[in-house]
Design a protein around this ligand. Sequence first.
Ligand code: C2E
Ligand code: MG
Ligand code: MG
Length: 577
Amino acid sequence: MDRRLVLIVDDDAEAREILRQAFLARGYECEEAGDGAEALEQFRASRPLLTISDVRMPGMDGLEFLKAARALDPTAAIVMLTGADDVQVGVECMKQGASDYLVKPVSRRDILDASERALERRRLLLARDEEQAQLARRVTEVTRDLDYVSQYDALTGLANRALFQDRLGRAQVRAERSGQPLAVMLVDVDHFKAINESLGYEAGDLFLKGVAERLRQCVRAVDSIARLGADEFAIVLEGLGRAELAAVVAERTLASFAVPFLVAGRELFVTVSVGIAVYPADGADAGALIKNADAALSGAKEQGRNAFRFYTPDLNASALERLALQAGLRRALERGELKLYYQPQVELKTGRVTGVEALLRWHHPERGLVPPGAFIPLAEESGLIIPIGEWVLRAGCAQAQAWQAGGVGPLRVAVNLSARQFRHARLRESVAAAVAEAGLDPRFLELELTEGLLMDPTDAVTRTLADLKAMRLLIAIDDFGTGYSSLSYLKRFAVDILKIDQSFVRDLTTDPNALAIAEAIVALARSLRLAVVAEGVETREQVDALLDLGCDEGQGYFFSRPVPPDAFAQWLATWRS
Ligand code: C2E
Ligand code: MG
Ligand code: MG
């Protein structure tokens, strides 16, 4: 391969000789062949750096040779020589994969220039192959990283929420079998925010590691500890004998914080609050247990912190409030209290606005603006998410079409779908109806799904997804990196876009782990040829970091908060000018 070898193919010996002289003068070695068959033989044996071949030859002609040689080496530099009388042949050569072609008669200069260009192209192709190979290796690494990331907290090495719920589920099965109660204990650091703000995030992180260490010492090795949120930890206590014994562990935990922490050369006196829920009395599944332990934790905080509390049903007075909200939600749709706000998605390199995400808001007559986090879970529980979701689809499509028709321009509109909505039998029809009713080209509609849905898909989910894809709309995975991050589903399904979860973007410039994950997601997306959108972009520094990673698009307060449609059109006009 390193030999500078040129293969010269022509049935005319005199023509070969002229070329040979030209290349010898340039320091190349030369081999010659008088027809296609002979040329192929030599090509196979000596893999020349460069091949110059006449097209018209007796026996196997140049085109046939070209085709066979190209199949042997997709990056080979092959320049074809055609007769002046036939223009079409040149085109045919390029179709068959020639690096270039020249029309006879050719000067030395022409031939040497064309050869240089062909060799340069070959170098580029090889470089791209190498890049691809590197990317593939990176993706393998990333897969491992994401597998870990999807189960463990990077800072403390403790289990994360997903793994914790899984373990809690297993513990429940064991409790069922042994007849012994188990308890879920939530531990929250009092006034953690103040610590973080006064000492800085780095010291805050060190402190949290210390907390994790101390909790480990308070429980037995069999008890599983997890970090659920910034300063919120959870522990499963198994084999308790009596549920009340959880109080002993809680006492011990509170007491262990009496010793100050040494962080960044300073003594820190901190306390924690603890909430406890017991299985089976306080909840039938992991979700209910964690929720009720959380209610107990809030109770402990209200009591003045540095305390623990067991769950009691009256702690759930807010359940009544949920019922009230639920009833209100039913009427909200009919009364037009639901609105869509829009947030731009911006191409980072150019600042071009490529699309918007439609985000649901409830203008509650008494409570004012209610964010989706406060009512979408309720809507899912009650099934109201189906009619609400249909309304969102229709309103989103209609808005996109109105902007197109009104001269704002074509904008892709992204609509969020909840898992329950996706599993609903009529989803396909709703989507088709929304698009048709609005007269919107489906390529401008994007549906945002969450990872969980695709992780363990039923046949129905797979079929729905295929049907949606057949409608030529776009599929995005929302909050990517927080769920299960199983790569296999990405390969299996026709996904178009990954949205990097805001938590990674938020910590991009401060936390090397977040940066590594974001980088991994971008590399992964690239190798699977998906677009990547970073969510929650708030600062110029984050934009720069994302550009460095090669992330395509961003969305976040840095560009604009989600705003009503009119305000969005105004924002867009200013942004573009
Ligand atoms: P999401 O789809 O991940 O939406 C992004 C959320 O991040 C939005 O919260 C948005 O307001 C917020 N956000 C955007 N930029 C920034 C930023 O720079 N910094 C920070 N801190 N936050 C930013 P929002 O509007 O409260 O929506 C919350 C979630 O509710 C959404 O998360 C989505 O999962 C769900 N949701 C919203 N609308 C709908 C809907 O129509 N249907 C369904 N099923 N879910 C919806
Ligand atoms: Mg979304
Ligand atoms: Mg998101």
